[in-house]
Write a protein that binds this ligand. Structure first.
Ligand SMILES: Nc1nc2c(ncn2[C@@H]2O[C@H](COP(=O)(O)OP(=O)(O)OP(=O)(O)O)[C@@H](O)[C@H]2O)c(=O)[nH]1
Ligand SMILES: [Mg+2]
Length: 426
């Protein structure tokens, strides 16, 4: 009880101090622990210590072995920690048992990520998606959470649906989830309308995807800067999950080539499944893109791992087979000798900061997005409304003029249509 009171006092100062805990099963866990520390930092938590246990199986009641749990309790006291963060997802029972044994609040990687998302979401849809993911996580853990919340106050892991919500029964939560799903569906319909408008415009789309903090938003801003649209810049920050909502910007490469660039939410290892599911609708946008720009932070030594995680999430959302350009970003931070090894087809060494190789990136995008498209100027006789509406449905029609012999127009079209309409070309 003493520990709890002491920690309640400290909580008054605002900043939570956490011990990070991981279990090393077969593969090395150091990377995940480093990332967990980054996530904690992103949530405004101070990391006070770390505890790793080597075991070949997990304890179903407390996750850690009994001796290690005692060691953790001591470490919490020594380090004056008021929070313990586990690298893996815990069950409701494990959370409850651990809190009883440790006397401090216990959360896992999933709650931490959900909490960061809850604090960062700005759009109505983003907030709903996070809330849905939180409820999904909490539903099978109601008892564990009820206990935790009645004893310990606010702080990490308690933002979002709110305490009251959690005290209500399962049915109430399920009803709430249904409500959110309905609202999300509506938002999804709006997005569909916008998407079909964009598709109809015939303007191709490219989506920036990749690990969080790799520089997706910075690349978006580089394109905006180069096309004198700096006022449309998106947020770019040195923190995990800076971007949560997708943004679309139209980028004009030159008079004949315009495309829509989409900035998306970043990925992280062990992205909670509830979150992937909740964000599926937003990430669906990626599926409608004609091209993926997979951004990798080349200055990060273990970037192969980031690439692997990103590829895995892309496969999960059904975009694994999409046409792709690999952008190895932040090359300004690398020495000449370190740049070797990034060559390959559809691969580019890049720097959003210096703009290095921007011209090559543009020509790669042009080739991929417009390679099969060609600009035609047509004269459609007035009695061929069918051709006009065919074109109107598929392409963005420009420079329409109504002359004596018919409608004169311009459109960027497929080679097939270009050839088929040979008789109408002028
Ligand atoms: N040195 C250097 N820094 C870069 C470069 N590109 C991006 N950064 C920095 O890296 C950090 C992350 O960049 P963002 O563009 O916000 O990353 P992101 O991929 O959008 O991240 P999330 O939105 O969290 O997924 C920022 O501090 C950028 O200024 C680059 O080419 N060179
Ligand atoms: Mg971003």
């Amino acid at each position: 009880m003493d520990t709890i009171n002491k920690n309640e006092e400290k909580r008054g100062s605002g900043i939570q101090r956490a011990i990070l805990v991981g279990i090393e099963l077969s593969e090395s866990i150091s990377y995940y622990m480093e990332e967990l520390a980054g996530l904690a930092q992103a949530a405004g938590i101070e990391v006070a210590g770390e505890l790793i246990q080597n075991r070949d199986r997990l304890d179903s009641a407390t996750y850690l072995g009994s001796g290690k749990t005692d060691e953790l309790a001591q470490l919490c006291m020594d380090m004056e920690a008021d929070l313990v963060i586990f690298n893996d997802e815990l069950s409701g029972m494990q959370l409850r048992n651990l809190e009883d044994r440790l006397g401090v609040k216990v959360i896992d990687r999933t709650i931490l990520i959900l909490d960061i998302f809850a604090a960062r979401a700005t759009s109505k849809e983003g907030k709903l998606q996070v809330e849905l993911a939180q409820l999904q996580y909490r539903l099978p853990r109601l008892t564990g959470f009820g206990n935790a919340l009645s004893r310990l106050g606010g702080g990490i892991g308690t933002r979002g649906p709110g305490e009251k919500q959690l005290e209500t029964d399962r049915r109430h939560i399920k009803r709430k989830m249904q409500e959110i799903r309905r609202e999300l569906e509506e938002a999804g319909n709006n997005r569909k309308i916008k998407r079909s408008q964009r598709e109809k415009s015939g303007i191709p789309m490219a989506a920036l995807v990749g690990y969080t903090n790799s520089g997706k938003s910075a690349i978006m801003n580089r394109f905006l800067k180069d096309s004198f649209k700096e006022e449309k810049a998106v947020d770019e920050k040195d923190m995990l999950f800076a971007t949560l909502d997708t943004s679309h910007r139209s980028i004009k490469l030159d008079t004949n080539h315009e495309f829509i660039l989409i900035d998306t939410v970043g990925f992280v290892s062990n992205l909670p499944h509830t979150l992937i599911k909740a964000f599926m609708a937003t990430l669906e946008e990626v599926n409608y893109a004609d091209l993926l720009l997979h951004v990798v932070d080349a200055s990060y030594e273990d970037n192969d791992f980031h690439t692997m995680v990103t590829d895995q999430v892309l496969r999960e959302i059904g975009a694994g087979e999409k046409e792709k350009i690999m952008i190895y970003n932040k090359m300004d931070l690398l020495g000449e000798s370190e740049k070797a090894g990034y060559e390959g087809s559809d691969t580019i060494c890049f720097s959003a900061r210096s703009g290095e190789n921007m011209d090559i990136l543009i020509s790669m995008i042009k080739e991929k997005l417009f390679g099969g498209r060609i600009k035609a100027t047509l004269l459609i006789p007035y009695d061929r409304g069918d051709i006009y509406s065919y074109l109107h449905d598929r392409y963005k029609i420009e420079n329409i003029k109504y002359g004596e012999k018919g409608t004169c127009l311009e459109a960027l079209m497929s080679l097939e249509d270009y050839q088929r309409l040979e008789n109408y070309r002028i």
